[in-house]
Design a protein around this ligand. Structure first.
Ligand code: E4P
Length: 220
């Protein structure tokens, strides 16, 4: 399963890129609004830092404006995937962009039928928002299970990108179902890396090593 970071924070992107776990990035207007740098500067810089797919979102709501934005965003780097909202005008844009060889990610997916339509339009990725579904009293992971099964049944090449992840258990569940990608806020990647028993174990190994050094007058 691929891991994308769901952030527009350059410091976090550089930090976690160094641990070798980051396969790509997703951003959205809200994430960009939290940063102090100019959004275009951020988006261009992300495409330089990250080799894998960098998902940048359009803000237009008509097909023509989305296409114009998509063409501009793809000049930022050759790894750009254009995020398009799940609305009828968006599906039209996805179909055209797919014919032009431009990769797309249909975002704001909340049902398996929406994912099916996005895949049929030629989306490279669909992004179901599981945390927001859970918040609304639905079972987000059940929607992931349905979409993965539908895409497998009909051999769609569209990848299921699990978005709006709220905790590490979401990641394990998505991996068990066989989702292709999860996109994580940096703090969740941080939580996945740590375990109190790892810290406790290391502390006692280091203390015991001090005893070895003393006993043998050994300086390492
Ligand atoms: C990713 O592409 C989405 O924009 C993101 O995961 C949404 O997450 P949120 O529901 O925490 O805002």
């Amino acid at each position: 399963m691929k891991i994308f970071l769901d952030t527009a924070n350059l410091e976090s992107i550089r930090k976690y890129n160094d641990i070798g776990a980051v396969d790509g990035i997703t951003t959205n207007p809200t994430l960009l609004s939290r940063e102090k740098e100019h959004p275009e500067e951020i988006m261009r810089e992300i495409t330089r830092i990250i080799k894998g797919p960098v998902n940048l979102e359009v803000v237009g709501i008509t097909t023509d404006v989305m296409l114009e934005e998509a063409h501009r965003l793809t000049t930022f780097g050759n790894n750009v995937v254009v995020k398009i909202p799940m609305i009828p005008e968006g599906l039209k844009a996805v179909k055209i962009l797919n014919n032009e060889g431009i990769k797309t990610n249909v975002t704001l997916i909340f049902s398996s039928n929406q994912a099916l339509l996005a895949a049929k339009a030629g989306a490279s990725y669909v992004s179901p928002f599981i945390g927001r579904l859970d918040d609304a009293g639905h079972n987000g992971m059940e929607v992931i299970r349905e979409i993965v099964s539908i895409f497998n049944n009909y051999q769609f090449r569209t990848e299921v990108l699990v978005a709006s992840i709220r905790h590490p258990v979401h990641v394990v569940e998505a991996a068990k179902i066989g989702a292709h990608v999860v996109t994580l806020p940096p703090e969740i990647l941080g939580k996945m890396m740590s375990h109190p028993l790892s810290d406790k174990g290391l502390e006692s190994f280091l203390l015991d090593w001090e005893k070895v050094k003393k006993k043998h007058d050994y300086q390492i």
